[in-house]
Design a protein around this ligand. Structure first.
Ligand SMILES: Cc1ncc(C[n+]2csc(CCO)c2C)c(N)n1
Length: 220
């Protein structure tokens, strides 16, 4: 019998989470262009803080990976995340006083802290699985939005084009391939740990968008 790849199993596991993600008001309103600017700016500001940590975590992963081809890819992902995200953020929050930046929301801090914890404590393949939803869910959501858009004047088109379409697709495929290669030489129980981290981070992608729509604040 041909064994299912780790990534196939992983996507099947989080499919219900993904399906719920695309029905979130944030994603629906991003798709029809009616999302409040305030909510989008909140998201972009939170994302700037998320990405700053994300870039460091991914650089840490690059330095721990044993296969030089994997390290090379992760170094490229880290560079890409800085270049692409800088452009996105400049196009949407250019002119907004950086000192007015928010503090990380609970959802943002939870997500970045979890990624740091995986890097510090978990086996490297589990850390890699933890950062995969960031690629894969964004790709799927980007494609979903492109396929379901009806408004030609969407103010968020630059954002949508970054995550839908072909350029980003190559990085996503490579990240998935690396996870599968790592999983192949792991025990079953380690593969389970990878899956758990993948599921947790998929949920955190959901929470991140939801928190932006709610302009999430600290209760205290
Ligand atoms: C909360 C949150 N999750 C995922 C991404 C998407 N993303 C950020 S860096 C990167 C890889 C680029 O090398 C991708 C796909 C985001 N922007 N914000």
């Amino acid at each position: 019998m041909i064994q299912m790849k780790w990534s196939e199993k992983a996507w099947k596991t989080i499919e219900p989470i993904y399906e719920k993600t695309v029905t979130l008001p944030f994603i629906q309103e991003l798709t029809n262009g009616k999302l409040d600017r305030e909510k989008f700016i909140f998201y972009i500001q939170q994302d700037a803080m998320y990405l700053s940590d994300y870039g460091s975590v991914i650089t840490g992963i690059a330095s721990k990976l044993k296969d030089p081809a994997h390290t090379e890819s992760f170094i490229r992902f880290a560079g890409d995340s800085i270049v692409v995200e800088r452009a996105l953020h400049e196009s949407f929050i250019h002119g907004i006083n950086e000192k007015d930046r928010l503090k990380p929301s609970p959802a943002c801090l939870l997500y970045t802290s979890y990624l740091w914890r995986q890097l510090a404590n978990a086996p490297i393949e589990v850390s890699v699985a933890a950062v995969l939803p960031c690629f894969w869910i964004y790709k799927a959501v980007g494609d979903y939005i492109l396929a379901n858009q009806t408004n030609e004047e969407n103010p968020y088109q630059t954002w949508i084009n970054t995550y839908g379409g072909d350029d980003f697709s190559r990085s996503v495929s490579r990240a998935i391939e690396i996870c599968d290669e790592l999983a192949e030489s792991c025990t079953e129980s380690r593969q389970k740990e990878m899956l758990e981290a993948f599921v947790v981070c998929s949920k955190m992608e959901y929470l991140f968008w939801d928190s932006a729509h709610n302009l999430e604040q600290w209760k205290i």
